[in-house]
Design a protein. Structure first.
Length: 128
């Protein structure tokens, strides 16, 4: 029987819908999508670069709350409203992750919640 636990942290934005920040099932953590919301003000940060940083900071906070780190992320999905920002995502992502990098998809989308420019979700595997 699997062990299922929801993950919550005040260091990432509170869920603004019918979802959890993350769900841990045994050694796998499924992290919900994070956008560039500041967890304290719950306001969107300004500009693509600030949003990309905030997205990864929010994911990192959820990873820590689940007992892991960004090094435990094995799969990452990135959604961009304009793929022209893909190179900037790569540049900033390299400051939050170390090799070997997680598997990843990058998808261009028409829109994101709260008019975000970028969103990312991920899957972590915790070897404990």
């Amino acid at each position: 029987m699997s062990n299922k636990k929801t993950i919550e942290t005040p260091d990432a934005p509170a869920a603004i819908g019918t979802y959890s920040q993350a769900v841990r099932v045994d050694d796998t953590v499924y992290m919900s999508g994070q956008i560039g919301l500041d967890p304290i003000s719950m306001q969107m940060v300004d500009g693509i670069e600030a949003q990309i940083h905030r997205v990864f900071q929010n994911l990192r906070a959820v990873a820590y709350a689940a007992g892991g780190s960004m090094d435990d992320v094995v799969k990452l999905n990135i959604y961009l409203t304009d793929l022209v920002h893909f190179a900037k995502v790569n540049e900033i992502m390299a400051t939050y992750f170390h090799q070997p990098y997680p598997a990843r998809a990058a998808v261009g989308v028409a829109s994101l919640p709260r008019n975000a420019l970028v969103e990312a979700d991920g899957v972590m595997f915790l070897q404990r």
